[in-house]
Design a protein around this ligand. Structure first.
Ligand code: SF4
Ligand code: MSK
Length: 628
């Protein structure tokens, strides 16, 4: 490739200048990344893309003809609707399980903290502890915080397989929304139960009714959003603090030339937050000094990065497609991973440089990495060991191969639901007034990942810019938030890009027009935000002038998030087509039929400008129905 070709290819792959610089380096050095593997996989299987391939049993795999030819049924007789709906439920269930299992681990650490068995943890947000405990009917008056935490943790853990058939946190939804769930039979009963039942239903010879399958998909997703994910968020807040506005920096320029770079990647803050706290200890600083190192530079990646940014202002190096690029700077001593969204290729990329990849969860072992098991009982010891290993690896950095881009981008994050409410003076009335007055048209949550199918961050940034220009407030989580951070949209100055009405509100409050609300499990913060606004207005979530979008999603977790948004009443536009286009019935139900149930639906639109049109039209429809 000529230099010109390399430059053009880098610009085709990513939007951000620092990403492009390191993509050029990977192309020059011949280091393989997801974009290269994606190109090598072309053409990808058309049956798979349409969702009409079933590999559920040993009579298959069966690829059915979506146009009704001779092979319109699998060996068992399953038709295209059953196969597409079953595959979708299967994918969604994996995503819900990932979020909820993450949630369970956080609650377990809360329990161990309460029992004095966890090293380096404490109850940080006692106010939230008491508020959530009160929701569970736990007495708080005059009681020791650890006692309350113990009872609360047991109460939440019990909901993973509860006999009571109800999730306490789902009662945060407005009654109108809950009534829809009740009437439709999609009220989530417990977290594990919905996931297990989904697995049962996709077994050959169980559910063969696409409507029934999709309704259970909704119920399973609700047990994630209003169950497992919400438990993860609330218990992380109790342990590490509820986020408040914080400023920091983002992009690959956050890596340091003269400090030990440690990248914290994955989703769960349980170990990474302890690493952040431990890195401040004098013993660790001395360890670095003794090795002639100027200090330790901790940076986040993906949602672990979002958790650390939100609570501790730790710089965030990048999102999903940046994990290989960070290593390819040649400046990373260690990449610590917990789970989810970790490319299995990461140790191979690290093998091209001096980087050590350290896996820490029994659930995520990757051949070629170093395994240092994290347990809450020895979290601080593990954190110290990890930092020591990174410091010792610093002399192995080959300075001739290091390239770190310049100029990190400033970001403001930390917009938990509590913080937003507080900024408005403790009630949503000022926001509601601004919406009624038309200064703000509505609100859209942009969430989800990167996907090499489209130029990295292009969908997130274009959509966010267009929405704020149209006076629509944007809230974000996950890689969407990181994308907009890299693009300079997460600072109060970005209000200049917003329409007049939204800009005036942002300037008054000193907030950006795009609010970073956290990690993927923190999409539950968006649910609570919507629920509280709806309750203040006395309507259901489905009546609000709001929407959701996942312009660059790739993950099964995103399917669960999108579905619990829609099941909760939030119209949601996907930028990447889900694998359902083989079944017209499934498509019709998700894009139209569901409107009659939740007053919301899915849409698929790859063009972010057209996505903005769809969302604005939906917001106007809801405004009209509310007479505003
Ligand atoms: Fe084929 Fe039916 Fe088995 Fe799926 S469950 S692989 S469609 S026989
Ligand atoms: S990390 S799930 S790529 S948002 Fe949550 Fe990013 Fe998607 Fe992973």
């Amino acid at each position: 490739m000529t230099n010109q070709d390399i430059r053009a290819e880098a610009e085709r792959r990513a939007s951000d200048r620092t990403d492009q610089e390191i993509i050029r380096k990977t192309l020059e050095e011949g280091v393989q990344t997801a974009w290269d593997r994606f190109a090598l996989q072309q053409p990808q299987c058309g049956f798979g893309q349409l969702g009409v391939c079933c590999n559920n049993c040993a009579m298959g795999p069966c690829r059915v003809d979506p146009f009704g030819g001779k092979t319109s049924h699998g060996v068992c007789g399953a038709d295209v609707d059953t196969i597409v709906a079953r595959n979708l439920l299967d994918d969604l269930c994996v995503g819900a399980a990932a979020h909820s299992d993450h949630g369970r681990e956080v609650v377990e650490v809360l329990l161990k903290t309460a029992e004095g068995e966890a090293q380096g943890y404490r109850i940080t947000d006692t106010e939230k502890l008491k508020l959530v405990a009160a929701e569970y009917g736990i007495a708080t008056e005059g009681r020791d915080n650890l006692d309350i935490a113990r009872e609360l943790a047991i109460g939440i853990l019990e909901e993973f397989g509860t006999l009571k058939n109800r999730l306490q946190l789902s009662e945060r939804a407005p009654e109108q929304t809950r009534e829809i769930w009740r009437k439709t039979g999609i009220m989530p009963r417990s977290i594990d139960r919905e996931i297990v039942e989904a697995m049962h239903r996709v077994h050959m010879g169980v559910d063969a009714d696409y409507v029934n399958l999709l309704l259970h998909a909704m119920r399973t997703s609700l047990s994630d959003g209003w169950g497992g994910s919400m438990a993860a968020t609330e218990c992380s807040d109790i342990l590490f603090g509820t986020p408040t506005p914080v400023t920091s920096v983002t992009n690959l320029a956050t890596l340091s030339h003269d400090k030990v770079n440690i990248v914290l990647h994955g989703h769960n803050p349980l170990l990474s937050q302890v690493i952040v706290n431990t890195a401040e200890e004098p013993e660790i600083k001395k360890m670095a000094e003794d090795k002639g190192v100027k200090g330790i530079n901790l940076v986040g990646m993906c949602c672990t990065g979002n958790e650390l940014l939100m609570r501790s202002g730790i710089p965030i190096a990048g999102s999903f497609l940046d994990q290989e690029l960070a290593i390819a700077t040649g400046a990373v001593e260690a990449m610590i991973v917990d789970y989810q969204c970790i490319f299995p290729s990461v140790p191979a990329t690290a093998g091209c440089y001096h980087t050590k990849v350290i896996t820490t969860s029994t659930k995520t072992k990757i051949i070629g990495s170093i395994y240092m098991e994290f347990n809450p009982e020895n979290a601080v010891d593990t954190a110290k060991e990890i930092i020591r290993l990174a410091i010792e690896n610093y002399p192995n950095r080959n300075r001739d191969r290091v390239r770190i881009p310049e100029r990190p981008m400033k970001v403001m994050a930390g917009f938990s639901e509590e913080t937003i409410r507080k900024a408005l003076g403790g009630t949503y009335k000022p926001l509601i007034d601004a919406i009624v007055a038309g200064k703000i048209l509505g609100c859209v949550g942009i969430v989800g990942c990167n996907n090499p199918r489209i130029k990295q961050d292009h969908g997130h940034i274009t959509l966010a810019k267009e929405l704020i220009r149209r006076n629509i407030l944007v809230v974000e989580t996950g890689c969407a938030a990181i994308a907009c951070g890299k693009a300079g949209l997460l600072v109060p100055e970005a209000a200049e890009l917003a329409g007049e009405g939204l800009a005036s509100v942002c300037k008054l409050l000193g907030i950006p027009p795009v609010l970073h609300m956290g990690s993927c499990v923190d999409c539950s913060r968006i649910l609570v935000l919507a629920a509280n606004i709806a309750k203040e207005l006395g309507v259901g979530i489905g009546d609000l002038p709001i929407g959701g979008a996942a312009p660059e999603w790739y993950s099964q977790k995103a399917i669960s998030i999108g579905t619990y948004f829609v099941a909760s009443g939030v119209y949601t536009v996907l930028g990447i087509p889900p694998k359902i286009f083989g079944s017209q019935n499934v498509l019709n139900l998700l894009a139209e039929g569901v409107k009659g149930i939740t007053n919301s639906a899915f849409a698929v639109e790859p063009d972010p400008m057209k996505t903005a049109d769809l969302l604005e039209a939906e917001i106007n429809r809801k405004r009209k129905a509310l007479n505003i």
